[in-house]
Write a protein of this length. Sequence first.
Length: 194
Amino acid sequence: MTTKIAVFASGSGSNFQAIQEAIDRGELDAQIEIVLTDKPNAPIVKRAEKFNIPVFSFIAKHYESKEAYETEIVNILEEHEVEWVILAGYMRLIGSKLLASYANRIVNIHPSLLPSFPGKDAIGQALAHGVKITGVTVHFVDEGMDTGPILSQAAVEVVEGDREATEARIHAAEHKLYTTTLKKLFADEINLIH
Ligand code: GAR
């Protein structure tokens, strides 16, 4: 059965597009019911519009608390009968309201081999550290910063001294790994490492 998902993003939205294109090619039996962003002017909004997918934009500081905006988000997700929340460059910690409503149903992609380089600018952190191999991780979301149980990983060789080329490799790896992982997850075919 087609899995109903929401994609949360704060930036460019290339992972959103890769997921939608996999759906369009028939590789992933899912439907993106809604895109949610905390950055109303981010490029993700235009990308979603091109695919005729509804967007909910919000500005966190217009709410009195995380609990307040997450309550509105949960209502929207429930209206759209969303089963899984897919974070794709959503740069905010998920709070207790969303975690409680979507327990073990929130997934994130992160541009490093976790637990190395959690948090912001993971690619910059890897380059600054001088690692030769970095990569990408898909994991369940818990209350921590990039700490939840790991679902899948792929290694990426750093292009020394070339951030742009390293980033391009990371994004290409993400676009493949996210859709193949989601496919297995929705088919209940993943054994957790933890
Ligand atoms: C991706 O590289 C994703 O792994 C990263 O943001 C980028 C979003 O790109 N996420 C994080 O760093 C989360 N901690 P996109 O907007 O082109 O999909």
